[in-house]
Design a protein around this ligand. Structure first.
Ligand code: URA
Length: 435
């Protein structure tokens, strides 16, 4: 087989066979196929597309390019959750203890990544002493004993995707539906869960800006998951404005804990109940999503989900008292209000920009080496459709540096549009995609 022939076949609109895709992925991962040939192939795929069978073959080849986690020592149906990412998305912090409290085993391997805030691991490090550096044995034992464990990524999951994603990033070939779907799903399949619940975000703060694109991606990923023999469901949810009110690591932890206390923002709680219902059903702990939803509501009411979070934090070396005393979480030295320059209804929030404010304050990573400031961020007081008086606070900003505070404040104000027209709020959940 020659890579040249495969590039020509795809360039001319042909479909690549499973063997051809496996040859290409293996050759690229081990360095036998050079970047310039793979770039040409990615561009050919970008223009000619891939059918369902090719997309599944590419996903499987990338998933198998490194370690495939074996979670069989953990009893029960393992359900993983993945979000395509957005601003203020602290869903995992709330959702994982909720489903674990209902007996759904949560065995998550997470990376840190780049972004407006840290990832779930960074956020969890707001609990003094908490560590995801645990052995695989400890990881499995914790899941079997308390139902939940999160481990920093030690295994080499889908290295082909890592290499290919970096190449796509510099060759203008990221935004192809089949390539995105196979990239995300290859990592999920390698992570070993039996079932996968996907949260596909849509809107100005999401990777997919339009609803049409988001449903396209959701469909493509559900087909891949199902084709790979994993029960897969996708929820398409709003990311036209931040989720909840808090954006920033410790601030998001505080909001997540409030949600487990039944005092969280409505949108965050609703999303957790929706995603959680599908996870609980996938794990066969309920027969339908209605029943699952009631069970999840109950574990908030009786505080069993909150206690599960405390148990999990303690099992991984963290100070569980912080779960009950969130005022002791990391705090910034400067806390100021951002006054509204106008009176009226909030028409629009450029969601990405709010994320960038958190990044400017030091709450996220611009490069892999950046050190995150867990204490900084923003807590919004007004969201789309809300009425605000001139001078009233739009948000509280938490910072440790005056210059950064001023820069983030200006950027924040530019992200808000306020005028006299009342606004019809968009629904949070846009749809569910199942096979
Ligand atoms: N996220 C991924 O992991 N891969 C893509 O291709 C796009 C977003």
């Amino acid at each position: 087989m020659r890579m040249y022939d495969l590039i020509m076949k795809k360039r001319n609109g042909g479909a690549l066979s499973e063997d051809e895709i496996a040859f290409m992925v293996k050759g690229y991962t081990n360095g036998e196929i050079p970047d310039y040939q793979m770039s040409a192939m990615m561009m050919a795929i970008y223009f000619q597309g891939m059918d369902e069978t090719e997309t599944l073959s590419l996903t499987m080849a990338m998933a198998k390019s490194g370690d495939m986690l074996d979670l069989s020592e953990i009893s029960g149906v393992k359900v993983d959750k993945h979000s395509t990412g957005g601003v203020g998305d602290k869903t995992s912090l709330v959702l994982t203890p909720m489903v674990a409290a209902l007996g759904v085993p949560v065995a998550k391997m997470s990376g840190r990544g780049l972004g407006h805030t840290g990832g779930t691991i960074d956020k969890l490090e707001s609990f003094t002493g908490f560590s995801t550096v645990i052995s695989e044995e400890q990881f499995k034992e914790n899941v079997n004993r308390i139902g939940i464990a999160i481990m920093g990524q030690t295994a080499d999951l889908a290295p082909a995707d890592k290499k290919l994603y970096a190449l796509r990033d510099v060759t203008a070939t990221v935004d192809n539906m089949s390539l995105i779907a196979s990239s995300i799903m290859s990592k999920k399949l390698a992570a070993g869960a039996d079932a996968i619940v996907l949260d596909v975000k849509t809107g100005s703060g999401a990777f997919m800006k339009t609803q049409e694109e988001s449903f396209g991606l959701a469909n493509a990923m559900v087909k891949i998951g199902t084709g790979a023999g994993r029960n897969t469901v996708a929820v398409v949810s709003d990311m036209d404005q931040p989720l909840g009110f808090a954006v920033g690591n410790a601030l998001e932890v505080k909001e997540a804990v409030a949600t487990l206390n039944g005092e969280g923002p409505d949108d965050l709680e609703e999303l957790c109940l929706t995603l959680g219902s599908y996870m609980v059903v996938a794990a066969k702990k309920a027969t339908d999503v209605g029943e699952a939803r009631e069970m999840l509501k109950k574990c908030i009411e009786d505080k069993s989900a909150l206690r599960k979070l405390a148990e999990f934090i303690e099992a991984q070396g963290g100070d569980k008292e912080l779960v009950y005393h969130t005022d002791r979480l990391p705090k910034a030295s400067m806390i100021e209000e951002i006054a509204s320059p106008a009176e009226g209804y909030v028409q629009n929030i450029v969601c990405d920009e709010i994320g960038i404010c958190s990044l400017i304050l030091g709450g996220g990573r611009e490069t892999k080496e950046s050190v995150i400031d867990l204490s900084v961020g923003l807590v919004l007081h007004k969201k789309v459709g809300d009425y605000v008086r001139q001078g009233e606070s739009l948000a509280t900003i938490h910072a440790n540096d005056r210059e950064k505070l001023n820069a983030a404040k200006q950027r924040f104000l530019n992200a808000y549009t306020i005028n006299d027209t009342p606004v019809t709020k968009k629904p949070l959940i846009r749809g569910i995609v199942t096979r």
